[in-house]
Write a protein that binds this ligand. Structure first.
Ligand SMILES: [Zn+2]
Ligand SMILES: [Zn+2]
Length: 159
C-alpha cells in the first residue's frame, strides 16, 4: 500500500494517520498463509529528518502446530514502529512511501517459530504417529498400564 507523504516531506504537516486493508496474498508466502485481509492502522510523523512509522496490523493466519502437525488458525494483532532516515534512503523515500514490504517483514519476524495449536496439545505418539488430541493409541496404554498390554497381546494371539 502506497501512502502519499508529500505533505510530510514538504513539512506542511508533521504527521499523517492512515488506515487500509492489505490483501492476504500480499503477505502470504511459502511459510505463512494469511487467511483474512490485513487490517492496518498507523501514523507517520516527521521528526527532524526521520519518518517515524507506527503500525498496527490485525489478521488471521493458518499455522502448522509444531507438536501435532495439524493446521490451525490464529489471530494476530501486531504493533511495531520503524524509523526511516530521509537522508539514508534517498532513492526509496520520495513523495510516496510503499509500506507493504515493511509490514510484511514485521509480520514475518513476529510469527512464532514453534507454533502450538493449543497449550495443552498432546502432540503425536512417538511410536505410531497417532495424533493424541483426536485418538488414543495402544502404545500409550502399554507405557502406562502393563496389564492392558498383556490383554492386547492376548487379543492379538486370538486373531
Ligand atoms: Zn497441536
Ligand atoms: Zn501410538
Amino acid at each position: 500500500m502506497i501512502i502519499n507523504i508529500s505533505e510530510l516531506i514538504n513539512r506542511y504537516r508533521s504527521s499523517k494517520y492512515f488506515e487500509f486493508h492489505l490483501k492476504p496474498e500480499k503477505i502470504s508466502d511459502e511459510y505463512l498463509t494469511v487467511l483474512t485481509p490485513v487490517k492496518v492502522k498507523g501514523n507517520i510523523s516527521l521528526v527532524n529528518d526521520e519518518l517515524i512509522v507506527e503500525i498496527r496490523a490485525e489478521f488471521s493466519a493458518e499455522l502448522n502446530c509444531s507438536r501435532c502437525t495439524s493446521e490451525f488458525t490464529k489471530d494476530f494483532d501486531i504493533a511495531f514502529t520503524e524509523a526511516l532516515d530521509l537522508n539514508d534512503n534517498q532513492e526509496s523515500i520520495e513523495e510516496h512511501l510503499d509500506l507493504t514490504e515493511l509490514i510484511r517483514d514485521n509480520i514475518l519476524v513476529n510469527m512464532p517459530i514453534k507454533p502450538i495449536c493449543s497449550d495443552d496439545c498432546r502432540g503425536l505418539c512417538p511410536v505410531c504417529g497417532t495424533n493424541k488430541n483426536t485418538n488414543d493409541c495402544n502404545c500409550e496404554s502399554e507405557q502406562f498400564d502393563p496389564r492392558l498390554s498383556v490383554l492386547s497381546n492376548l487379543l492379538n494371539e486370538d486373531e
